[in-house]
Design a protein. Structure first.
Length: 590
């Protein structure tokens, strides 16, 4: 599976770098006709040109086709390379930019006076400078833009240029044109409720007749509900130093030890003393303020620790917001900051499973940026890491109208990256159904990968929804979600109080915990971790009934532009629940 297959819009990096010269004429490299929907220029606010900024210049890689083929091969059951993960040095050797590429870009920067402000790593260069100098370097004009939903002001440019002969050498430069979605980088929490809203009839300890699951699980979710439903309650994981479960935190969300302790004491007393480590990235913090509202962080860590103890859990706290607010050296794009940090980890420090409950509307992310982030997620997969992202909480989309008035469903990035595993949401336990907010659909940036051809092709050719909405989505795009898990009314302690939290923010850590348990079983038996999951999920895991198909429920979205829009769950893959939900008792034996 090559990049030309994955991409629907392919950047034209065709010029040779051999004639690149630092003084070649500048031409436009990236441009936006206007700020994305939800952003407006603040014309009466000037940009302070002395504000520090870190420009990250990512260089064009070599052998991308070769790397992607190797990743798919090592992730495909039955292939001779299955499980033969790489270390970062091996990956870098494949993807390292041509020597002429690095030399040409470095010479350009030095000719502009950036000799001492540069730091290097394989395929990117970081330039520590100011906005004023960045404007001169990129022949750009940074302006202040305001988000109509959040009221936050940010500094971005709508266009920048570099020497013409360097266009083939540079993959992207940020922060420049990346605005992110209208809600910045959204946590996929949908709503928070007080547990007092629950009906007393569901608070009994009665068991459902056909499943043996607590009847209260029909109304709200606890760790015991997930353990019973996904059949890992009787599995006893062992603590292994080389099986770490990672949880990503952005947007100043900090997991709280005190809330975790209260949560475990009430809902998982056998693990009441369990805890987690916190690793700060890019100036991130591990702040402990139990009285503050850290709902997202607490949800994620309480359900990963609650399911996986004693597997080590690490909370990765990455500073910065995309787009940056009051730009300073720590407010560059967190995905890149986080990925750069992770890829620099030694193999023994690398988590084997990572869950992320954040995402952006795909169309708000520049293509060059989406490509780079997806490539780096693929590198994590090649290192033996399973990377999961929640699919989002807007069904087929929220505001499904483009700037030119066209009606289109809205996919979620990075859930649309073919090298990530996207997790949708369900609710109820008898039966388990698709939850209405579960996002899903088809990418406009990435083509459908080979591992999806059979399952997704069948859906498109046979299902009424696929035909009815044909004008609103890209039928040849990478389909998401891949998988699903419970996403409605999770009991979470926040600020010392029990709350009910809903959203695919809950689904991703719930599924990640199951994968971490599978990895625990594999590694304990001397086998290798699963790594990039999708080729396995779409073949062996589904064929051997390790995935339970969800066939009822409907997503809802696009209420203002396409009334009644939504995908129906159905037999096989669908754009609400993907392939279905996990059965650990089968998955661990595959």
């Amino acid at each position: 599976m090559h990049i030309s297959k994955l991409l629907l819009i392919f950047p034209a990096f065709l010029a040779s770098v051999s004639d690149a010269h630092p003084l070649a004429p500048y031409t436009t490299f990236e441009t936006l006709p206007s700020a994305p929907r939800g952003w407006k220029e603040v014309s009466n606010r000037a940009v302070d040109l002395s504000t520090p900024i870190k420009l990250r210049i990512h260089l064009t890689q070599q052998n991308v086709h070769q790397f992607e083929k190797a990743l798919i091969d090592m992730s495909t059951p039955g292939h001779s390379s299955y499980g033969n993960h790489m270390n970062q040095a091996q990956i870098d050797d494949i993807l390292r930019p041509h020597e002429d590429t690095t030399t040409a870009v470095k010479s350009w920067l030095e000719s502009k006076g950036f000799g001492n402000e540069l730091s290097f790593r394989n395929d990117w260069i970081v330039v520590s400078t100011t906005i004023g100098k960045a404007e001169s370097l990129l022949q750009a004009k940074y302006k202040v833009f305001r988000n109509s939903e959040t009221g936050k002001d940010v500094v971005r440019t709508l266009s920048y240029s570099i020497p013409r002969n360097l266009h083939s050498s540079v993959a992207l430069i940020q922060p420049t044109t990346l605005f992110g979605s209208t809600s910045a980088m959204k946590s996929t929490i949908l709503r928070v409720e007080d547990p007092s809203v629950l009906k007393s009839a569901f608070l009994s300890k009665a068991k459902l007749n056909t499943t043996g699951i607590d009847a209260a699980c029909q109304s709200s979710i606890t760790p015991d509900c997930l353990a019973d439903l996904y059949k890992y309650k009787d599995y006893k994981p062992v603590k292994l130093a080389n099986n770490i479960l990672g949880v990503n935190g952005f947007l100043e969300q900090y997991a709280q030890n005190d809330d975790l302790s209260k949560f475990l004491k009430k809902y998982h007393p056998n693990a009441k003393n369990a805890t987690f480590n916190c690793n700060p990235i890019n100036g991130g913090k591990c702040t402990q303020h139990p009285s503050e509202d850290f709902t997202e962080a607490n949800l994620d860590i309480q359900y990963t620790v609650g399911a996986s103890n004693p597997i080590p859990n690490i909370y990765y706290s990455t500073a910065g917001r995309p787009p940056a607010v009051d730009l300073d050296p720590n407010t560059n794009e967190p995905y890149l900051e986080w990925l750069e940090y992770m890829l620099d980890l030694k193999d023994e420090d690398m988590p084997k499973t990572i869950t992320t409950s954040y995402g952006d509307d795909e169309h708000t992310v520049p293509l060059s940026y989406a490509l780079k982030v997806c490539n780096m997620i693929g590198q994590l997969g090649a290192r033996g890491v399973s990377v999961l992202f929640s699919s989002g909480d807007s069904g087929p989309g929220d505001d499904c109208t483009t700037k030119n008035g066209e009606k289109r469903f809205v996919p979620t990035f990075p859930a649309t990256c073919p090298f990530s595993t996207s997790v949708g949401g369900t609710f109820g336990v008898q039966p388990e159904k698709a939850v209405s907010f579960s996002s899903g659909g088809f990418s406009n940036y990435f083509a459908r990968p080979d591992y999806q051809d059979s399952a997704v092709g069948s859906y498109i050719s046979t299902q009424a929804d696929a035909a009815a909405y044909r004008n609103y989505y890209n039928a040849s795009g990478r389909a998401f979600p891949d998988i699903s898990a419970q996403g409605s009314r999770f009991h979470v302690f926040v600020g010392g109080y029990d709350q009910l939290v809903s959203g695919t923010s809950a689904s991703s850590p719930a599924f990640a915990a199951v994968i971490s348990l599978v990895n625990n079983d594999r590694i304990h038996r001397g086998e290798k971790p699963l790594g990039f999951l999708n080729p396995w999920l779409y073949t062996v895991a589904t064929e051997k009934k390790g995935i339970v198909d969800i066939t009822s429920g409907t997503s809802k979205g696009c209420s203002r532009s396409i009334p009644g829009a939504g995908w129906k769950a159905t037999t096989g893959w669908d754009p609400v629940t993907g392939l279905g939900t996990p059965d650990f008792s089968i998955l661990k034996d595959l």
